[in-house]
Design a protein. Structure first.
Length: 162
């Protein structure tokens, strides 16, 4: 997949690692909403993105004792299905991540972990409208709505695709 370009229309949904982990390995309470979201995005290619960091994060778990079919499921979903854009980590994202960590510490009294800052910086750079994450510590900017992993929140966010 390609990186972000200035002429590219804004992506709608940024998906962090837990979206994929919940969809593939989660209990029904979280896997069903995550799968519903991914299914809707598969029908609307190009409106969902994630960082290549996400791929590394989910595959790291598959290298530590997970079944080969789980690793294959991640690759099939994130790479081979081609409905998501996997955004490479570039220098601008790294600079923005450092700024976000500093600002987040000042405004929320807690520094973002570097991977979370990379996810958020990628979503901001891509001008996403929704940030899908289970991580309570990530606070997206005011013009980006955070979406939790419950069916009503996912259903509400998916109305933009209807």
């Amino acid at each position: 997949m390609s990186g972000i370009t200035e002429n590219q229309p804004p992506a709608i949904f940024y998906l962090d690692s837990m979206t994929f982990i919940f969809a593939i390995e989660g209990v029904p309470a979280v896997s069903e909403p995550a799968r519903a979201l991914l299914s809707a995005l598969q029908k609307n290619p190009g409106v969902g993105i994630t960082s290549e960091l996400t791929l590394a994060e989910v595959l790291a778990g598959s290298e530590h004792g997970l079944e080969a079919d789980i690793k294959r499921a991640y690759l099939d979903l994130m790479v081979w299905s081609k409905f998501l854009d996997l955004i490479p980590i570039n220098r601008t994202i790294l600079y923005d991540s450092a700024k976000l960590r500093h600002v987040h510490k000042r405004t929320h009294d807690k520094k973002l972990r570097l991977p979370d800052a990379i996810h958020l910086a990628t979503a901001i750079q891509a001008r996403c409208r929704y940030f899908v994450s289970h991580d309570e510590g990530i606070k997206p900017p005011a013009d980006m709505k955070k979406v939790a992993f419950d069916r009503s929140a996912i259903d509400e966010a998916l109305k933009v695709l209807a």
